[in-house]
Design a protein around this ligand. Structure first.
Ligand code: BGC
Length: 760
């Protein structure tokens, strides 16, 4: 390794090579980086901190573009959102052949839930409760991205969100810090593997640090205001888990934290991230995150750029605040040489860790690009993982699974559309190649009839906003009545109606906040009319967020929530509808009864005036509403199966235990049906008395188990003091002696309970 490094240094970094050959000792990373740093001019240093978007660069044109001349002048540290080995190789060659110090570039991309082989949106992935599967999805994404020239992904997105109005709830793992932390670590491991030098691994970037998922009113980019105790207990854990898992980079969030935008928030970026958590990679801003601080009202571009650098941010995405102002700030004494050097060091470290100095073209392997992307093996994995993400919300009279002999009428704006299947943030996906629902169903039955039935929404302007980035639903010019009439005609002769309804892919994701969480009226009206036919209705629900389904639960016999399943959507849904696969997904974000209940989440506090009845009856002067009961429509952890599972015999290995001991919780779970299936067995605790108020329940363990028809297993969980810890008023992470209730079951309403006691 060292010798190859010397070779590279001798060819591409002549000054450095001369300097290093004088001493015989091998070059360590820090020596290499310091030597390089010593060669750099101030402009070249600031250049390393610059991350332009290269979305508009095309092969051939790169040499002429402004970016190309900046690369030549050493004013670019990395680029993002360019796809293909040929283009990346060409641009890398400018850096390593034409720039003075020949420092290779990083190539980033939003590889969020797969590359060309696309997995379910992250909220769907989280519903699998299958950490190995999630890690595998990230592994495959890394293999494909790195085969196409990419060495850095802007993922995982781990922002906890308890507000489905916020469109980016689709990009995260839902509402729970425990589950979110496990998933964050699994994804980092999947992307980065155990060795970043392996050309099939890439740098991960945990985002958006911090608290981006809690904007006021669920409105994108809006103000966040939160107590520190809540930050530490509920919102920080997944970011910290990613750091603990060794994530190489962090992205700052757009929002403010404690009145200071995250991008300039020294407490966040230095005190928490580096001093408390020990992060030693680099922090990149979000897209123009520095410039936007002028709109936030904290200063002009020079001021906010200096604030960001001083706070502990190293790379400037797109805005060019750093390259345009840092030199001036240095001359004026507003920042120091050391501030800049430290930032450059961290970026050079990352390039070194990837092995780019040895081989800047290591991700530019044409053969890999041809053989490792969108392979049959990867696609087969994507089918399996998508199937595991589906959440069966209702299945009356066992309408599902379907029988291929049944006459099926397929209706709905999402039934015959490829480009919406992969969901939001799927930039590398070839959208038109995704498998549609109708194509999936036709592999099981040749007699399926189809009618669109409705447009996405009555309002064409809304539909346009909700189908951006080439994700058209091909708006039908017929009237709503004509569309419904056609759907009714084909449904009259059917045994069962499958209605593919819900959101379009771009109704969630960035800048897609909603104040109405229902299925658009045009689609509801279709469902209402179909209901009048008195036939079984299966609602295949596409969504990027928890929706309000109070009407649909009455209209449909069965609801299968499929989120946005990815490139293999149709295959996975059809396999599930026909029973080749049995749903096992569980909700990771609460589904409210109406938008007024939001924010709503299972790990709520009791309040001083909790409701005294379980039926949800209104009680005056209690914590409830006049017009809706408190419970959600579907709680966290909820999801049915074609199998049924019974829980009994909960027990604890000891009722009282000391700080250094563990308690085993055992429970018997039986598949009481005639169909093989999998169940996510969930363990929740309640800390009954604390120095601060504690949630009514907190997830502290889960196991996904497969049970054959009739099979029973004893499931064992271990609880240690670590699991009982929380941040107290002084923000110390402590476990307080006392009584803990432990619940085990198939969702967060689990009733099987045992008590344990942590001794002083
Ligand atoms: C998003 C980030 C993303 C970045 C780069 C921003 O708008 O907030 O999540 O990584 O763009 O594409």
């Amino acid at each position: 390794m060292i010798s190859r490094l010397f070779l590279f240094a001798s060819l591409l970094l002549p000054q450095l090579f001369v300097a290093q050959t004088k001493s015989a000792a091998p070059v360590t990373k820090s020596q290499f980086v310091e030597n390089l740093l010593n060669q750099m001019t101030i402009d070249e240093k600031i250049g390393q901190l610059n991350l332009p978007s290269a979305g508009d660069i095309v092969t051939g044109a790169a040499q002429n573009a402004d970016i190309a001349s900046k690369i030549k002048n050493g004013l670019v540290g990395g680029l993002f959102n360019i796809k293909s080995v040929a283009k990346i190789k060409e641009i890398q060659s400018i850096a390593v052949q034409k720039s003075r110090l020949k420092i290779p570039l990083l190539f980033g991309m939003d590889v969020i839930h797969g590359y060309e082989t696309t997995f379910p949106i992250p909220l769907g992935l989280s519903a699998t409760f299958n950490l190995e599967a999630i890690e595998r999805s990230a592994r495959i994404a890394a293999i494909e991205a790195s085969a196409d020239g990419i060495n850095w992904t802007f993922s995982p997105m781990v922002d906890i969100s308890r507000d489905p109005r916020w469109g980016r709830i689709s990009e995260g793992s839902g509402e729970d810090p425990y589950l979110g932390s496990k998933i964050a670590a699994a994804m980092v491991k999947g992307y980065q593997g155990s060795d970043l030098r392996d050309p099939r691994t890439i740098l991960a970037c945990v985002k958006h640090f911090a608290l981006y998922g809690a904007p006021e009113a669920g409105r994108e980019y809006n103000t966040v205001d939160m107590s520190r105790i809540r930050m530490y207990n509920d919102y920080f854990p997944p970011y910290k888990a990613a750091i603990d898992a060794g994530v190489a980079t962090v992205m700052a969030s757009f929002n403010e934290v404690d009145g200071v935008p995250a991008t300039a928030n020294k407490w966040l970026m230095t005190d928490v991230l580096r001093k408390q958590w020990g992060f030693n990679g680099f922090v990149v801003t979000d897209y123009t995150g520095i410039n936007e601080m002028t709109e936030h009202g904290i200063g002009n571009l020079q001021t906010v750029s200096a604030l960001a650098l001083k706070a502990g941010v190293q790379m400037d995405m797109v805005g060019e605040g750093f390259i345009n102002t840092l030199k001036k700030s240095l001359e004026e004494g507003k920042i120091t040489q050391n501030d800049i050097d430290q930032a450059v060091r961290l970026i050079l470290n990352a390039k070194y860790d990837l092995g780019l100095f040895e081989d800047p073209y290591k991700y530019c392997n044409e053969k890999r690009a041809k053989t490792e992307i969108f392979t049959p093996e990867h696609r087969a994995e994507a089918v399996k993982i998508a199937e595991e993400s589906f959440v069966l919300l209702k299945n009356n009279n066992q309408v599902l699974p379907l029988n291929p002999k049944q006459r099926i009428a397929l209706v709905g704006p999402l039934a015959n559309n490829a480009v919406n299947m992969a969901g939001t943030w799927s930039v590398a996906t070839k959208q038109e190649r995704s498998i549609t629902l109708i194509d999936g169903l036709r592999t099981f039955s040749s007699t399926i009839t189809y009618a669109k039935g409705s447009n996405l929404d009555h309002d064409p302007a809304f539909e346009e906003r909700a189908t951006m980035f080439g994700k058209s639903l091909n708006r039908d010019s017929r009237t709503a009545e004509e569309l419904i009439k056609e759907a009714i005609e084909i449904s009259k002769n059917a045994d069962v109606i499958v209605a593919a309804l819900g959101e379009s892919a771009e109704m969630s994701g960035e800048s897609s906040s909603r104040t109405n969480l229902e299925i658009p009226l045009a689609q509801k009206e279709l469902l209402r009319e179909l209901k009048k036919l008195n036939k079984p209705i299966v609602l295949v629900l596409f969504t990027g967020r928890p929706l309000v389904l109070t009407e649909e639960i009455e209209l449909a016999d069965t609801i299968l929530n499929v989120w946005f399943p990815g490139s293999e959507a149709g295959t996975a849904i059809a396999n599930t509808l026909f029973g080749k696969s049995n749903p096992s997904g569980k909700l990771t974000a609460t589904f409210p009864r109406n938008v007024g209940q939001v924010p709503i989440y299972y790990a709520a506090k009791n309040t001083g005036r909790p409701l005294g009845n379980k039926e949800g009856k209104f009680e005056k002067f209690k914590s409830n509403y006049l017009d809706v009961r408190n419970e959600p429509l579907f709680p966290f952890g909820y999801g049915l199966s074609y199998s049924t599972f019974e829980y009994k015999n909960i027990s604890a290995s000891k009722t009282a235990f000391k700080t250094n001991e563990e308690v085993e919780i055992r429970v018997d779970v039986k598949n009481s049906s005639k169909i093989d299936g999998s169940e996510v067995v969930q363990l929740y605790i309640r800390d009954v008395v604390g120095s601060v108020t504690r949630p009514l329940r907190e997830l502290k363990g889960f196991q996904k188990i497969a049970l054959k028809a009739g099979e029973a297993k004893t499931v064992t969980f271990k609880i240690s003091t670590e699991d009982l810890k929380f941040y107290n008023s002084d923000l110390n992470f402590v476990a307080e002696p006392g009584t803990f209730e432990v619940y085990v079951g198939g969702n967060s309403d689990a009733t099987l309970k045992v008590q344990i006691q942590l001794l002083p």
